[in-house]
Design a protein around this ligand. Structure first.
Ligand SMILES: [Zn+2]
Length: 285
């Protein structure tokens, strides 16, 4: 029945996985909307660990999740966290004043919970959900996040939706040091340009999509020591379960697809991406 196909999908167990970008705290309400059996954030993390996920980065890029994400990381082994104001969220404040107030709140959560903070993110630019007239505002918000990441000596996770050139130029202009492009969506040439800077590419379930040939080419062109793996749950569920509810325990499907592209077993891709994540995020060592 169609109804059943909207719920959770089966994990693919692979030992030693690292999911460097997910939103576990957003999964329970999303799952409820999709008619999936209710699970708490803790239960989702437990099931993910059973499927072989060793470490996860809980990304809170909306103000309402800042405190909760920091506490969730503190209370759960293997969970680390990242904070930022998502570029589309930044626009929702309707001006610099409201946005800056939220930015200050973010900094206060960070100083109260330093232990498991592993990155700043996701920040960046999005010209898919917003039009080009918002470029100056989005760019300034990205520059603010670059400065904060540099100050704290943390990697910055980038959201780039239809904004490759603009994001790349802003990163150079702001003097960004450690950078991870989350759910990388560019082609092979852009992948090479990003890696040339010493930055990382994190690949989500998007790489498994039939219409994502460019992203697959980027993955194959990327230096092996620059690739990371993520779910971006609850969205971007990998094939063959596209459209179902995503969770960190689905990462194995993406790793298996990546392995097929490089003629390597999923366990080997898990090892490569886990070791790269340890190199990228000091807190993960
Ligand atoms: Zn995300």
């Amino acid at each position: 029945m169609k109804h059943k196909e909207r719920g959770w999908a089966e994990p693919l167990k692979v030992e030693g996985m690292a999911d460097d970008h997910t939103h576990i705290l957003s999964i329970p309400s999303f799952a409820e909307q999709e008619g999936a059996q209710p699970l708490s954030a803790e239960e989702i993390w437990k099931k993910s660990r059973e499927a072989g996920v060793e470490k996860v980065m809980e990304v809170a890029c909306e103000e309402k999740y800042f405190e909760e994400a920091a506490e969730f990381a503190e209370e759960n082994e293997g969970v680390f966290y990242a904070l930022a104001i998502h570029p589309i969220e930044a626009l929702a404040y309707g001006g610099r004043e409201g946005y800056l107030r939220a930015f200050e709140k973010m900094k206060s959560v960070i100083s109260a919970h330093p232990k498991k903070l592993a990155a700043i993110g996701e920040s960046g630019m999005d010209f898919f959900h917003a039009d080009l007239s918002s470029l100056p505002f989005q760019k300034q918000a990205l520059l603010d996040h670059i400065a904060l990441a540099n100050d704290l000596d943390l990697p910055l996770q980038i959201h780039d939706h239809g904004a490759h050139r603009e994001v790349f130029c802003a990163l150079k202009e702001g003097g960004a040091k450690k950078v991870v492009f989350h759910s990388f969506s560019g082609g092979a040439d852009f992948a090479r340009a990003v890696c040339q800077e010493g930055w990382y590419l994190s690949f989500s379930g998007m790489v498994t999509f039939k219409n994502a040939k460019e992203v697959q080419e980027a993955f194959m062109a990327a230096p092996r020591d620059k690739i990371l793996s993520e779910t971006d749950a609850p969205s971007l569920t990998p094939s063959p379960y596209r459209g179902r509810v995503n969770a960190p325990w689905m990462l194995g499907w993406t790793l298996r697809f990546m392995g097929d592209l490089l003629h390597l077993p999923a366990s080997e891709i898990a090892k490569i991406t886990r070791e790269n994540a340890q190199a990228a995020y000091e807190a993960w060592r």
